[in-house]
Structures are given as C-alpha cells and as structure tokens.
Design a protein around this ligand. Sequence first.
Ligand code: CA
Length: 715
Amino acid sequence: MYPYFLNDISKWLLIIFLIAGCDRTKKHTAGDIHQQRFLQADLEPENWMSLGRNFQQQHHTPLKQINATNADSIGLAWEYKTFTSRGKVNRGLEATPIVVDGVMYTSGAWSIVMAIDAKTGQQIWRYDPQVEGSYARKACCDVVNRGVQVWEGKVYAGTLDGYLVCLDATSGKELWKVNTLEDRNAFYTITGAPQIAGGKVIVGNAGAEFGVRGYITAYDATTGKYAWRFYTVPGDPAKKTEHAEMEVAAKTWDPKSDWKAGGGGTVWGQMAYDPELNLLYVGTGNATPYPIWYRSPSGGDNLYLASILAINPDNGKLQWHYQTTPGEMWDFTATMNIILADLPIKGKVRKVLMQAPKNGFFYVLDRTNGELISAKPFVPVNWADSVDIATGRPAINKKNSWYKDSAKYIFPGPAGGHSWPAMSFHPGHGLVYIPTIDMPFVYENEKNYQFRPGRDNMYARQISTPLPPVYAHFGKGWPEPEYEVLKAWDPVQQKEIWRLPFPGTQNGGILSTDGDLIFQGSSTGYLLVVHAKTGKLLKKIYTGTGIQAAPMSYQINGEQYVAVMAGYGGAVLFFPGEQDAVAKYKNEGRILAFKLGGKEVPLPPVREPASEVFAPPTIALETAQIEKGGQIYSGYCGACHSSFGKSHKSELPDLSNMAPVIHETFEEIVLKGKLSYYGMSGFSDVLKKEEVKALHQFLISVQKKRYEEQLGNKR
Ligand code: CA
C-alpha cells in the first residue's frame, strides 16, 4: 500500500499530511461554513466567514500580501452595482460581505441579498424580498441592512419588513421565511444581521425612536421553527410576564411607566457567539421616549436598556448582563459591534469582550461572567465623570447632562462616540482601531409629552454641532469638537496610541490586517489605507461614493483582495455635508474590490445642479393654514425631506421645489401613498385631508418665496 521504505512514523506522517491536504483542497458545496471550520478560521485566512471574519468578530485578517511596503499599488479589481431593478435605489450600504470558497454573500438597501463571484464580480444570484416601499417610513435611519450569516449551505438575512429569511446558498432560492414581528402595525423594522449560535439563528429588530419594545427571537437554523424570545425591556405589569428576567427588569422601572411607548432597547447591531462558553452576546439600544421623566417618572436603571446581555442560546436564559448607561436618556445605544479576545490583564490571560458604545466609554468585560475589568473614555465625555469598577456604575454628572429644566451641551451626542461602523482588533499589536466621533449636541426637553403613534417619540430636541448661532453660547468653555477621528486604542492600558482625524459626516468601519494596514472608507468618497503601527496615511483612493461599511479581505488563487460596500446613507442620509461625495456624484451603490496593481475606480455620474424653481400653483394662501402646515411638516416630513433648497445633494425630493405634476397629485401621494413603491409612504393613518391641505399650503408658501427670489435674481 505504501512504498516499502517508509517506516511506521513517516507512514503516519504521510497519512496525516494526506488527510490535511485533502481537507484543504476538498471541493466544498456553496456556503459550506460549519462549526468546526468556523472555529479554525485562522487556518484558512483566504476566507472571511462572518461579518467580523472569525467567531471573535475581530474584523481583522491574517493576510499580508497587500502590506505597508506595497500599499501604493492598490487599485480596483472589480465593481458590482447593487442597484435594484425596481426603482428603489441609491440608499445606504452598511454590510460587511462574507466570502467562502470564492463566493461573496452580502446584503444591501431594501434587504436585497446577493451572491457574487469574488474573483470577477459577476453576479451568481440575487434575492429580493420585495419589501413594500412604505416601510421606508418605519426606518429611522434609512432602508439599510447590515449583513447576512452563511451557515451549512444556507444564507440568513433579516428583512426591513420584519421577516427572517433562509436562502439556499447555491441558488438563492428561499427555503423558509418567518415573521419575527409580534405587532406588524408597530414601527418595527429589521436592519441588523442575524447571528448563528448553537444550531439556532437569532435576530433582533429596530424602531426605538418610534416607540417599540425590543426583543430578540431564536429559531431552529435548519427548520426555522420558533425556539424562544427574549424581551430586552419589561411590558405592562397588568399583563402576564413573558420570562423570569422581565420580573427582575420590571423592578428597575416605575410601575407607572408609559408602557404604550414600548420602552425601546432594540437589538440591531452586530452580536457575537462564543461556542466554547456557549454564550450569545447581544447589545441593546436606547430608550423611548428619551427623557426618563416621561418614560419611567420615578426613575430607575430601566433594565435592560443600553446593556450587554450574555444569553444561553439553548434556552434563551440570561447568564449575565452589564448595563452601560443606567436610566439611559441620551440615545446611548450599546448595539455597537462586540469583539471577543484573550487579553493579558495584570499578568493573567482573560477571556474578554470589548465594546465602544455610543456613550463614549470603552468597556472591557470578562466574558465568562460579565465582570467589569475596565472602562475609560475614548472620546470627550461629560455626561459621566468615570465608571466605578467595583460597582460597574457610571458617576453620572447631572449638572452637565440632566436636560429636564434647561438645555444641556452633552458629550458625546446621539451620534455617539462610536456608532454602528465596526471597530477592529489586531491580535498581533493588541490594539483596537475605532472610527470615533466627537460631535457634542445640545439636548432640549420637548414639552407636553404624549405618545404619538405613527411618528417619532424621542421627545428630546437635539441640536447638532456646529451649533447654529442661537445655540452657539452652549459651546463656550468646552473644547471644539474634532468630529471624525480614527483612533488606535490599547484596551489593556485603556489609552489612545495614535489618532488620524479625517473629514466626513460619518466615516466607515475598520479592517485591520497582518500586513500592518488599516482600511477605512470616508463619507467624502475615499478608501483610506493607514499604517497600523504609526497611524500614517499611506494612500487614499478616491471612489466618488461615500463609504460607511467596514471593508473585509480574502484571497483567491494566491491573490489578496480588499472589498467594501460603498453607498452613502443610514442616519446621515438626510443631512449630507458639503464635502461628502454625495454632494458631487450620484449615490451609486457599489461593491468595490481592490488588489495590488488594480485600476483606477470609475467615478459615478456627476450630480446635476439643482433645477430652477418651478412656478408654484397660484392658489390663495391663508396664514393660519401655512402655520398649521409648518407644524405638520416638522412632525411628519422634515425627518426625511430635511433641507429646503439643498436636497439635490441627496436622493430625496426637495419639497420646496415640487414640479407641477407633484402639486396636482399632492393629496394622492401624501394620503393614498401613490409613490409608496419608491419609498414615500401614504400617511392616511395619521393625517386627515384638511391637514394635508394645510401642509400643501405651507409648502407652496416656501416654494413661492424661493420662486420670487429667483425672479428677483434674474432681474
Ligand atoms: Ca437610537
């Protein structure tokens, strides 16, 4: 059987070699990621098997063909346009693709899922869940999707309209689809990726700004059968408690809380699962309404808002929890990406979990038991002075942050010190790379609280920096905001190692590599290549498309690629900055893959200048109607159609310059949802015919003013 000259030992070595060799070159079926293979992700760095590559979700690759010595020759290998075929285009892209055995799987706006040849960029299949356009109104922050999970030949995705779908990885055919929403009329959406944990697939939802109750649901990953549901906040005490943890949580809320508002605590960020500990880690979101004096008038911690939960996926029982912001009232979600690592802490290697949530503190927790190891601010913070390690509680600075009686200038603002774009962890350097934001806001209490179905229920007015003149005095005595800064952070010493400020409205998530490189996109349209040790900017590649998602890396036939989803949108869709790429170029959603010696990136079509103001209809306007319509506009329309005369910089129509045909069909559009296919929902559930008339009067008055100005300029 074996050549006679082989002795016993070498015979066994040969057998081991053959087995190992066979395994590495074995022909896999599509989407062949399973527990054993995933646990050994480092043995096959050519693949990127989850949103963060490995089970630790570190967003780091061991690949190093592209490195600090040759970064200058990086260019485009291919591009794939993520357009939908249904007219619903040009929205934000926030997912990090998965690549396994040469195939890329990812998701884009309107929950569309794609499989692409990762070498050529050719489409293999595309799945469109046909989400109703009217769901755009239920999404606080654009119709985005933050990615898929690939597992045992299947691709899992959440859809904006609240379904969990399971697709065949070979064909993209739908294998099953389950409704995850307990109330389909409430303003729930799904924008986060599902997470595989111990044979189950777990999915959360979004909607806290509108007033929903957060929860996650687990389904059997093979059959889609319901397994368990874990609520993140308690429900009305008059009703039955769903599970034991809710009794604990209820004690931290006023029994007279406004239960109609749902409480919030939604789960829409990147989760993690430790298969050795069999623990699922979940970050929970902010409260609704924001002010605790309306939500839970007697105060309390309001568990489990803004918390990290460790859950046993077999039964959905809570193992431990850590609340980052007790009594949350500043939109301080803790849904930012969770990274697992083994870190040397005081001479001992500890299994840790790291998170940099919106509240501005960097947390290192023992992930076996939830013990707080350290917490230090990674951006300027003034809502709390410090975090007590023994109790785990922040020392909240009420003077700076309690905005009930007077408005306060708060660091960080609701954009957070870090938002959903992923941070990365470089295990070789022991550093975390964080896309930080230093953007304080003024928070102002909104009076006359009453839950308002069908619209936002934040009840805190938020004024962003740079502050408008009437608010400018709030900034006196405080440091100037630095806005978007990429930071290298040492999680053991809890200190900043280097920083790279780079302009942008919201810059992207991070990929770090063993080639000593950091990749990050910017909303101004660059892909930045930065030295991991020094923070020196080695190269910036202009793409003409705002980039927010975190890049990833893979290798095919010995060639390393770096790929990123480029598309402007998300929470910043409604207020693009002057310097953002979207102000100059059309927002073409694209996947861009780079390699050494690649080409220049083709730029998207140039955005046409704003059209001349159309002559408005000549109908009689009444002051009282205009005033009433202005209020309706700010309550229902302004969140999306935010800036008169400037929205040529986004894809959303400018309501201060409507074409005659829009005026003629105004009522049909606003009440009956004539354009809902494109994302403009009908509002007949919350607006009456007379109110739509008043709204129209207001908009005509604005257009009339602009039209007259235009005539004046021409004279
Ligand atoms: Ca929020």
